[in-house]
Ligand binder design. Structure first.
Ligand code: GDP
Ligand code: MG
Length: 276
């Protein structure tokens, strides 16, 4: 492995090892079938950046984020606001579930939403259309919300004391888990159309979540998704995970999900910093 390349091969796959040696002069491990770009110090590879520099940069960003997250958390705590964030792959149904949730929870003056997306303001428009105050955050090429962005959104959102703030993160399961937003709980939404191997591919998302919500259960008859196997793999990573099943489409399971929220409102977590 050269200094700037975080790639490691493995001999486990048993590839021919011949490949195309004229492509770029890399040594990918000779006999490797598979490539691993996440095993270096930084846990990721950026072409042209060495691992130490990348790791230092990441840590600086996360440290700065934590300062903002603590500020948000203190604000939520002093105003008795329950802040819940939702993360998922794009299209898993975060917006649909939230729209159902807002409807089921009732008193809309106490509910607010921050909606994250790379572009477009359609989700915030949907939330406003359902009668709650909402702010859209567009992240452009950025793949997650950070605590500073949430802080700015709070400046323009009328979040009532004792209310609930839902934060819909940008779709994606790689970077959102690393960014503490100051929320009390993180909800991971996995739809049954995504494949039951999610915990193996995105372990950090499962480790960072407090609740795993399986969505689109109305589609179970049409897909091959072993829900019990997926839940068991998720609990291997995170034994504390609360697992719920819902269909934002039919409304099935939404009552139990809202029951979980009501319980958190009655007995909020005494906050310390969330896992980074
Ligand atoms: N059948 C079914 N479709 C759903 C369900 N929840 C969301 N969808 C659909 O999935 C698509 C993406 O949903 P959306 O809420 O925008 O996903 P987001 O990107 O995670 O916010 C939309 O077409 C929704 O109507 C569900 O429970 N069942
Ligand atoms: Mg959405």
């Amino acid at each position: 492995m050269d200094a700037a390349c975080a790639c490691a091969g493995t001999s486990a796959g048993g590839g021919s090892g011949r490949g195309n040696p004229d492509l770029g002069g890399h040594d990918f491990g000779g006999h490797s079938a598979d490539l691993h770009f996440g095993l270096g110090l930084a846990g990721a590879s950026v072409v042209g950046l060495d691992q130490a520099r990348l790791a230092r940069f990441d840590q600086d960003v996360l440290d700065r984020n934590t300062e903002h997250a603590e500020r948000n958390r203190a604000w939520f705590s002093s105003h008795g606001v329950l802040a819940l964030s939702l993360m998922s792959a794009p299209g898993a149904g975060k917006t649909a579930l939230l729209l159902r949730t807002l409807e089921a929870l009732g008193d809309r003056s106490l509910l607010t939403v921050i909606a994250g997306d790379p572009q477009a303001t359609v989700d915030a428009a949907r939330f406003r259309g359902s009668g709650v105050a909402a702010v859209q955050i567009n992240t452009g090429r950025g793949s997650h919300l950070d605590a500073d962005m949430v802080g700015h959104a709070l400046e323009r959102l009328d979040v009532r004391d004792g209310g609930v703030l839902f934060i819909e993160n940008v779709g994606g399961l790689i970077t959102p888990p690393s960014f503490d937003l100051g929320e009390a709980h993180r909800i991971l939404v996995v739809s049954v159309t995504e494949g039951d191997d999610r915990p193996f591919k995105y372990p950090e998302a499962f480790a960072a979540a407090d609740v795993l919500v399986f969505n689109k259960t109305d589609l179970m008859p049409h897909v091959r998704f072993d829900l019990d196997k997926c839940a068991a793999a998720a609990r291997e990573i995170n034994p504390e995970l609360v697992v719920l099943k819902v269909s934002a489409e039919s409304g099935e399971g939404v009552e139990a999900w809202c029951g979980w929220i009501a319980e958190r409102r009655r007995s909020p977590r005494v906050e310390t910093a969330a896992a980074g």
